[in-house]
Design a protein around this ligand. Structure first.
Ligand code: SF4
Length: 332
């Protein structure tokens, strides 16, 4: 893995307007992504983890330029991704969706699905296309003879392999994996994760892996970014984050990982209340309404900076938990 960033995200915001009455002059927004700074290093897998509605999928979409950003900039190898005319950049960035079946036209054969990016870009057709599709199917562990079949003839895991083959068709450098295993059985999840790791090594790919599963992120990521209500609250190397989490939200997420043990006496941190609305985020630290160690007069008024606690370990909290310590309780 190189230290050089492939993708550089600077102060990115994505706000969606909320439709109100025709005569209303007030404008409200859902602040799905609200000021994210992040870089993705060449050859790494960066996991982005958080609860549903935290903005991780929107961040992925803006990262690929699929939806326009409200503010900030995203650079891919130094090129602004808003420069949509630059097709060479677009070809290097691909995506694998959560629901493999939903991302495929049921009336298209596997050959047409996997070969479509090559046809659309005028890069191949005819016998040459068949040969390339066959090689792509080989690379994801599918039988090349099945290229005449249709999506409904495959299992969920096989469909996700087809989706991976399609993402590889244009020889990308970067793939956004948006919950690619959450719709699959656990045994199939492991197979798909292993396939992704093999392909990454073989083709020197960079991944951003979006998931709500900490087990999956622990298995596959080099670094992990924890997202809460449109912001990154903690970022660190995977081992560092799992062994020495600093943000109270990360502590709560990690305490919720189920463990199979007869002596399972791990204390779980149960967060009170729901995730606040991204249309009206809390003042100060966004997590203060649920944080078990929030301090009145500080956390509810002052927004914490996203600062580096130790090399490569960033956190956005006024009272980060010391390395290796468990979450203290201040306000009881
Ligand atoms: Fe909790 Fe305060 Fe840290 Fe926010 S800044 S996570 S409320 S301790």
């Amino acid at each position: 893995m190189s230290e050089e960033p492939l993708i550089f995200i600077d102060g990115v915001k994505k706000w969606f307007p909320i439709k109100t009455g025709m005569l209303s002059s007030s404008k409200s927004f859902v602040r799905a992504v609200d000021g994210v700074n992040l870089s993705v290093k060449k050859g790494e897998t960066l996991g982005i983890v958080g609860e549903s509605g935290c903005g991780k999928t929107t961040l992925g979409r803006v990262l690929l330029g699929l939806i326009p950003i409200t503010e900030g900039s995203i650079k891919y190898n130094g090129v602004d991704i808003r420069d949509m005319k630059n097709r060479d950049v677009r070809k290097k960035m691909q995506i694998v969706f959560q629901d493999p079946g939903g991302s495929m036209n049921p009336r298209m054969s596997v050959r047409s699905i996997v070969g479509e990016p090559l046809i659309v870009n005028g890069m191949s057709d005819g016998a040459e296309l068949t040969k390339i599709v066959a090689e792509l199917l080989d690379s994801v562990g599918l039988n090349r003879k099945h290229m005449t079949r249709f999506p409904h003839e495959f299992s969920g895991g096989q469909k996700q392999r087809i989706a991976v083959a399609r993402a590889l068709a244009l020889n990308p450098e970067f793939i956004l994996l948006d919950e690619p295993t959450s719709a699959l059985d656990v045994s199939v999840q492991a197979q798909v994760l292993n396939l992704l790791e093999e392909i990454q090594t073989e083709k020197d790919l960079t991944f951003v892996f979006i998931t709500h599963s900490l087990n999956v992120v622990h298995h596959i990521s080099d670094r992990v970014a924890v997202m809460y209500l449109g912001k990154i609250v903690e970022l660190a190397d995977t081992i560092d984050l799992f062994e020495s989490p600093s943000h109270p939200y990360t502590h709560a997420l990690l305490s919720a990982i189920p463990e199979i043990s007869v002596e399972d006496n791990k204390e779980r941190i149960v967060l009170s209340g729901d995730v606040p609305s991204p249309a009206n985020p809390p003042s100060g630290c966004r997590f203060h309404t649920r944080c078990p160690i929030a301090k009145e007069g500080v956390c509810d008024t002052d927004e914490p900076e996203f600062r580096e606690l130790s090399e490569g370990h960033f956190v956005s909290c006024h009272f980060p938990v010391d390395a290796g310590k468990s979450l203290p309780i201040f306000n009881e």
